[in-house]
Design a protein around this ligand. Sequence first.
Ligand code: GFB
Length: 312
Amino acid sequence: MDKQALIYVAGHTGMVGSAIVRKLKNEGYDNLLMISSEDLDLRSQSEVDDFIYDYRPKYVFLAAAKVGGIHANNTLRAEFYYDNIMIQTNVIHSAFRHGVTKLLNLGSSCVYPKMAAQPISEEALLTGALEETNESYAIAKIAGIKMCDAYRDQYGCNFISVMPTNLYGPNDSYDLHHCHVLPALFRKFIEAAAKDAEYVEIWGSGKPRREFMHVDDMADAALFLMKNYDDAGHINVGTGKDISILELAQLLKQITGFTGIFKHDLTKPDGMMRKRLDVSRINQLGWKASIGLKEGLVDLYNQIRSQFKVYI
Ligand code: GFB
């Protein structure tokens, strides 16, 4: 990738987009195109098309999306369809129309069937029914993969799709109703430790297992794939290791110094019981995640603990 080339990072204020921007800047890619959602509504076809036509970026990282945890996915189904399908359709189509050299489309491990064999390989896509709690997000993201492949087949576009595991890191959302489990539990434990609370509430049984990867590893993989991967289909990115939600809670309890007990809210869904990705394809290409979970969590704790002072 030419260091002078114009690179558009769609979703640059989000957790993944901001990590990609940090990574690109660290590697000397300074010609970055970024625009806030107030100035460009990615759901608007004409606005997106004018923007791509005006700036003509050479590379696009498509990290803009409507995202959220299990509750948001389960209750905001219409938004998860509409926003995600509109954003990716507009950006991918305009990237084709205005000659973008390469586009990286970010998906999610929730595209795979609920009962997929573990670890989940890329071939498991569309081999079974989806997990109900995040079906709209998954269908939107599957459409993104298939759209990139269709533009590759019909028009020869070098558009690739990347399926990351559950991510965590700086610039995440901590809205307890709508965020993912890791930021939710981090916030709950930090606040409970500060207040010396009796218990922390954990949704569901605590038995589901998740694979958590630091977003800086994701950004590293995104740049690696932009440079080294030009194939149809999609490629998994993860650590290859998972832990149960209960084990995560125990780790966070230890890091935050909380001394109370866990209380399970069994009215909340568990979601998929396991979704560990098979990362042998990206490993064989020469990329591996490098940030250990405990190391990443301690680092994040040091960054966010002061953020919650206001609630204490
Ligand atoms: O991260 P999360 O919201 O979504 O929840 P998914 C993971 C697991 O943690 C579920 C449990 O079993 C939750 O019941 N959990 C326990 C909690 N306590 C909490 C809590 O306080 N908040 C939350 N949010 N969960 C999402 C998908 O699935 O993962 C998306 O819905 C996307 O589509 C994303 O793929 C990566 O891991 O189940």
